[in-house]
Design a binder for this molecule. Structure first.
Ligand code: ATP
Ligand code: MG
Length: 565
């Protein structure tokens, strides 16, 4: 590409509404332009990078035996009614009507459409297993679109769906996808981890997320320093403490805490550590309110809580009015002592081994000290309810948990029979009997990967692409081409030679000052740069610099071609 014929629109201005380095740099380099909240245009420059990601994804999916296809992004309501998700998907689903007043949605994902396809196409177990994929635009009406294309409303996803006669066959393909994903993210040069993920409302037996490690990541992941264990913090188990609950030694005493409503304030006022306090959270259960108790220094893990039989899939905190009506006091003063029998008390494993603890007094402006389970407060059930913290024992018994932040770029899932059952997708088995198929689904956030890679690889001057993702591998910068036909001709010849050798090169023939040209190429993160100048031609060399190096060096044409081969 000759830059004089390209649309390059870089800017030195740091965009005011961009928080993350990736978002700022993508705007400054002119890779994306915002159309509306969560909607972005990919410019010719940005698209070059996204297509690189797509190419690696496509190659590895094909290599793993998956078959590419393309489904419509607009989907009829009827299919979503069959799976039960027309309502359940909630406000993320963008719904619309056609001219006949029929309901449609813009696909946020394609389980329904592919299951419909499979039930029509697949008749016999002999056709299985099959794995279909597409690379296609999705729309999700995210509550908080942010960070540019990282959490957009419209984004590009690779989604794959596999079909099987048996669970074992599903597990095999799942493993093949796990390995394909590992190759994809390795080839793209990303630092990532595959972590165990929560299977959520879908159930299913196994799920892994692929997380690109970055401090700005929205996800927290826990990994062991002594084994391969790694999990999304939503899923990471907090092991039961090895100590038993001590016998009560203090008397239950109601003390005034007129203005102290948070654990911090209460523990300071009563001079006890937060780990000696019990925090009580009242949520809406399936049948009425439920009390969840965790230690004062721990956080409730809402995903774990949502798996309790007493709670719906998405539990919601009870409102102040509901709490006052049921318990007679406001949030901040709630505790397990003397709660009405109608409210089940579910206690986290660590909170359950406390004795003589501090908790809310269930009367405005009061707390109890010296509270004890059983003697003073009911425990209906002990469960793992809390978020793990750095330093916890690893759930596999090997090593200690450390926490890191991650950006979810891929998610693989053994769905089992959920969709096939709901939508009647079955084949004849070897006995001639109808058998419901097993399904797996496998997603990759193609557009999100572009931003995630920048989060991991950038510096003051701009982006730093690996060769696999760079818009061009090498920039040929020409100094003063207008004044020196010889220089212009040499640069053109080098550009032609690189291109003929299959090396993607960009010729900066815009005639800018060297400084501006170099600043642009650094902002764009082109991995290699050569400068063609009068001085170099006289010396028979080119000035070469790698994006990650601080110094340029002289190199011959031959060595340059060898280096890039
Ligand atoms: P998240 O937890 O980040 O919302 P998700 O669990 O909803 O993601 P999946 O349904 O597993 O996402 O979708 C597959 C992949 O699509 C994700 O791993 C992610 O990389 C990408 N993705 C999901 N939502 C968005 C979005 N709003 N913008 C960009 N990419 C997204
Ligand atoms: Mg996910």
């Amino acid at each position: 590409m000759r830059l004089s014929q390209f649309h390059l629109a870089t800017s030195k201005e740091v965009p005011a509404d961009a928080e993350l380095p990736s978002h700022k740099l993508m705007l400054r380099a002119g890779m994306i332009r915002k159309l509306a909240s969560g909607l972005y245009t990919w410019t010719p420059l940005g698209l070059r990078v996204m297509r690189k990601v797509e190419a690696v994804v496509r190659e590895e999916m094909n290599r793993a035996g998956a078959l590419e296809m393309l489904m419509p992004s607009v989907q009829p309501r009827e299919l979503w009614e069959e799976s039960g998700r027309w309502e359940k998907f909630g406000n993320q689903l963008l719904k619309m009507k056609d001219r006949k007043e029929q309901d449609f949605c813009y696909g946020p994902t394609h389980e329904e459409v592919i299951t419909d396809f499979a039930r029509n196409e697949l008749k016999s177990y002999k056709q299985l297993p099959l794995n279909f994929y597409q690379i296609q635009t999705k729309f999700r009406d995210e509550i908080r679109p942010r960070f540019g294309v990282m959490r957009a409303r419209e984004f590009l996803m690779k989604d794959a769906y596999s079909f099987h006669l048996t669970e074992e066959s599903l597990a095999e393909t799942y493993q093949v996808m796990y390995e394909a994903y590992t190759r994809i993210f390795t080839r793209l040069g990303l630092k990532f981890r595959a972590v165990d993920a929560d299977t959520g409302a879908i159930g299913g037996s196994a799920s892994n997320e692929f997380q690109v490690l970055a401090d700005s990541g929205e996800d927290a992941i826990a990994f062991s320093d002594g084994s391969n264990y790694a999990a999304n913090i939503e899923k990471a188990e907090a092991l039961a403490p090895t100590t038993e609950r001590p016998a009560p030694s203090a008397e239950l005493t109601l003390v005034p805490t007129p203005t102290q409503r948070t654990i911090d304030d209460v523990s300071r006022a009563l001079s006890v550590s937060p780990s000696q306090c019990v925090k009580t959270i009242i949520v809406r259960g399936v049948k009425g309110l439920v009390a969840l108790c965790v230690r004062g220094d721990h956080e409730l893990n809402e995903v774990k809580a949502s798996h309790l039989a007493e709670l719906p899939d998405e539990s919601v905190l009870a409102s102040e009015e509901e709490i006052v009506a049921a318990i007679g006091t406001r949030p901040g003063f709630i505790g397990p002592v003397g709660l009405p029998d109608s409210i089940p008390v579910i206690v986290d494993r660590d909170a359950a081994v406390l004795a003589d603890f501090v908790c809310g007094g269930n009367k405005d402006g009061t707390h109890y000290t010296g509270a004890n389970w059983v003697r003073d407060a009911r425990i209906d059930r002990v469960a793992d309810l809390r978020q793990v913290v750095d330093g916890d024992a690893s759930p596999d018994g090997k090593g200690t948990l450390r926490l890191a932040r991650g950006i979810e770029v891929g998610h693989i899932f053994q769905l089992g029979q959920k969709y096939a059952e709901a939508m009647g997708a079955s084949v004849l088995d070897d006995q001639g009997k109808l058998a419901t198929m097993y399904m797996g689904c496998y997603g990759i956030g193609v557009s999100r990967i572009v931003a995630a890679a920048i989060e991991q690889r950038h510096d003051e001057a701009g982006m730093i692409w690996t060769d696999a993702m760079a818009p061009w591998r090498i920039a040929v910068c020409v100094i003063n081409p207008k004044n020196s036909p010889e220089v212009a001709a040499a640069a053109e010849a080098l550009y032609q030679e690189l291109t003929a050798a299959g090396i993607e090169a960009v010729l900066d023939d815009r005639g800018l000052r060297a400084g501006s040209m170099f600043a642009d190429m650094e902002l764009l993160g082109i991995p290699h740069r050569v400068v063609v100048s009068e001085r170099g031609i006289a010396a028979g060399t080119l000035e070469y610099r790698q994006r990650t190096e601080s110094e340029a060096r002289a190199i011959t044409r031959e060595d340059l071609l060898l280096l890039l081969a």
